[in-house]
Design a protein around this ligand. Structure first.
Ligand code: SAM
Length: 269
């Protein structure tokens, strides 16, 4: 692992831990506390639910990388997964995941680790791995990331990615002219900010610095292929799965792609 990757992931771990307190309060958190009391509760939308079903979630062991408070990996148990593992390097968010797990009574565990430095005894025979909104851009090195993710899967296992479309990263909804591209599609330096990480823009505290990386769609596809995965489904969508301030880019005549879904399999031998 390079120094760039180590420095960025260490900074991001501190920033995510620091932001966790903002997420364990308010209406969204209350909805999770109430929701996970219901055995059928799931926060997953139709697109992701269908992709996980196609990937074989029913009866399988599933791992989520960058699981945050665990709400999504816990939801896969309602889709029939046999067991879930959420991997994240933020202890403070995994503590929230433990609270939700207890309420739900679902068969889910958490591993607190940087994906670039997984313990040697991490299981490597998952049926399904998945990554959702807001993970790839925290990764300084996509090739190394996909190698680590592919290693978690058994031969024949499938990976599902449901993420922000890289084109959207060219725009900043908080800019004076939010419809003018702000960042080059080919920007490679980290974008370093010192804002608390929230999904609704309600907290404006200064916070530890975050390192955010713009990747091209070709970086995602190449990272996946170089890790030995075979792409079996790839879709681009006009709908947003991002924070609410990105909703201004939806329902336009000249529509940007806002999200994508990729499903890939690890060859059986
Ligand atoms: C935006 S959140 C994911 C939210 C999730 N999609 C959801 O909707 O609940 C991104 C997560 O990635 C985690 N993360 C960032 N870099 C990581 C790394 N190198 N290893 C493991 N987790 C990491 C952060 O701690 C954070 O919890």
């Amino acid at each position: 692992v390079s120094d760039k990757t180590r420095l960025a992931t260490a900074a991001n771990r501190i920033a995510w831990d620091n932001s966790a307190k903002h997420h364990a309060t308010g209406a969204s958190w209350d909805a999770l506390i109430t929701g996970f009391g219901d055995p059928a509760y799931s926060v997953l939308d139709k697109t992701l639910t269908n992709a996980l079903r196609a990937a074989g979630v029913r009866g399988g062991e599933i791992v989520q990388i960058g699981c945050n408070n665990g709400r999504e990996v816990l939801s896969t148990l309602a889709l029939g997964a046999r067991a879930g593992l959420g991997i994240d390097q933020s202890r403070a968010f995994l503590d929230q995941g433990e609270i939700l797990t207890k309420i739900s009574g679902r068969n889910c565990q958490f591993l607190c680790s940087d994906i670039y430095a997984l313990p040697l005894d991490t299981p490597n025979d998952f049926d399904v791995a998945f990554i959702t909104i807001g993970v790839l851009n925290w990764m300084p090195d996509l090739a190394g990331f996909f190698k680590a993710v592919a290693n978690l899967l058994k031969p024949g296992g499938q990976l599902v990615i449901y993420e922000t479309h890289p084109f959207l990263e060219m725009f900043d909804p908080a800019a004076d002219a939010p419809f003018a591209p702000k960042f080059s599609y080919f920007h490679t330096a980290p974008i370093i900010e010192t804002l608390a990480i929230t999904y609704d823009g309600t907290v404006h505290d200064d916070a530890p610095e975050t390192h955010w990386f713009i990747h091209r769609m070709s970086d995602v596809l190449t990272g996946c292929l170089t890790a030995g995965m075979q792409i079996i489904e790839f879709q681009e969508f006009a709908h947003s799965i991002r924070e609410v301030d990105y909703d201004i880019y939806a329902d336009q005549d000249a529509q940007l792609p806002m999200s994508f879904l990729l499903r890939a399999s690890k060859p059986a031998s």
